[in-house]
Design a protein around this ligand. Structure first.
Ligand code: AGP
Length: 369
């Protein structure tokens, strides 16, 4: 097992550090930046079906569901198709309205999650075209779906999903870009620029990983907190949810993720000097609004950990700590903002002596209801 961990103390840390390669493995062979081409067999073979979809319904659980939420923002922005994101466990037990021209995208790292599988079967029975995004090659979900795209993240052993999340977002971005280009909902020059930016992400993830020691110090400061709040807006609202999930599943600290503006409708009552609040405040995407959310937290004496764009001075003045990430285009920011949140929960869990790779009560793939 030590050999499999490749010199890292835990699989989770190894998998966090594998992300630059995992992301490039996901798009390698699928994009030709100079020519402006995205080639994905599962998409190319079913292009008409996907282009004519009136609606996309994403079904998934846990972290994969969070990747689906990011995809909702990306697809609606770039492709202008309405997207609904459903917990597979809810979808399968209500009587969902599914039309023949709906496309269902099922997302699952393991490809074995029982609720997601049952939801796929229901969608197929009702006549929808079901597209799978899986990591494990030959998994049950990859076989049950009509077509699909693998994430090519390599084996993920840690129960807490890390590289699965970022590679799912990468695949979903590729699909959205391909459809947007075909539908003409983005310009040719934007399409080229977005592809170039995607190709720069692995290097930027490496830069984000450089903050590891700084994050360790922040983890040490807050490891005994009883609660954490995570806030983000737009593309980074799902990242706030994912950051909170990561912390609770491996450190057993209660954490909640919220859209930053929703704070004033309830969670603000929780804020006092004991409450660390992780705020994703990158320069792109409602930055001014997030800054005013930070001021609200500060005036209630909450402890602010800001995830900011390199060189940010405004949030630095207001926050107790900032963690910098490189700049990128807005819809790709989740690939970077999620990195410090993974490291923060990892270090807190290690400092608290928790079983990081196999947290209590959890299994890597949930094959029962
Ligand atoms: C994430 O860290 C989890 N352990 C969990 O939420 C997981 O994402 C969920 O069970 C879905 O798994 P899947 O992607 O294999 O379907």
């Amino acid at each position: 097992e030590q050999i499999e961990k490749g010199g890292y103390d835990h699989f989770m840390l190894k998998e966090i550090y594998e992300q630059p390669n995992a992301i490039s493995d996901t798009y390698r062979g699928r994009i030709r930046v100079a020519e402006g081409i995205i080639k994905m067999a599962g998409i190319d073979d079913n292009l008409a079906k996907l282009l004519n979809a009136k609606r996309i319904i994403v079904i998934a659980c846990g972290t994969s569901w969070h990747a689906g939420l990011v995809a909702e923002y990306i697809f609606e922005e770039l492709v202008r198709i309405p997207v609904e994101v459903e917990y597979a466990s809810e979808f399968r037990y209500r009587n969902p309205v599914i039309h023949q021209d709906d496309v269902v995208i099922a997302i699952s790292q393991s490809g074995e999650t029982a609720d997601t599988m049952a939801a796929i079967k229901l969608a197929k029975e009702r006549g929808a075209f079901v597209f799978g995004v899986c990591n494990v090659v030959g998994s049950s979900i990859s076989r049950e779906t009509h077509a699909g795209a693998y994430t090519h993240a390599g084996p993920e052993i840690g129960v807490a999903s890390t590289k699965a999340f970022t590679t799912q977002i990468t695949v979903l971005s590729l699909i959205a870009l391909k459809l947007a280009e075909r539908k003409g909902t983005i310009s040719n020059s934007d399409f080229h620029y977005y592809l170039q930016e995607l190709e720069r992400i692995p290097e930027k993830v490496k830069d984000a990983l450089e903050s590891n020691d700084h994050i360790k110090l922040i983890a040490d400061t807050y490891k005994n907190a009883r609660n954490f709040l995570y806030l983000g807006r737009g593309y980074n609202f799902p990242v706030a949810l994912e950051g909170a999930l990561k912390l609770k599943e491996i450190s057993y600290i209660h954490a909640e993720g919220y859209p930053a503006a929703e704070m004033k409708h309830g969670p603000i009552a929780l804020i006092d000097e004991q409450m660390p609040v992780v705020v994703i405040a990158t320069k792109k995407g409602h930055y001014e609004k997030v800054v005013s959310n930070i001021q609200e937290i500060k005036s209630r004496k909450g402890k602010i950990i800001g995830i900011v764009t390199e060189g940010d001075e405004t949030v630095k003045r207001l926050a107790d700590h900032v963690i910098e990430i490189p700049e990128t285009i807005e819809f790709l920011t989740p690939l970077l903002t999620t990195i410090p949140l993974q490291l923060l929960s990892y270090h807190i869990a290690v400092m608290l002596g928790k079983n990081v790779d196999q947290p209590r009560n959890l299994a890597k793939s949930v094959t029962v209801e």
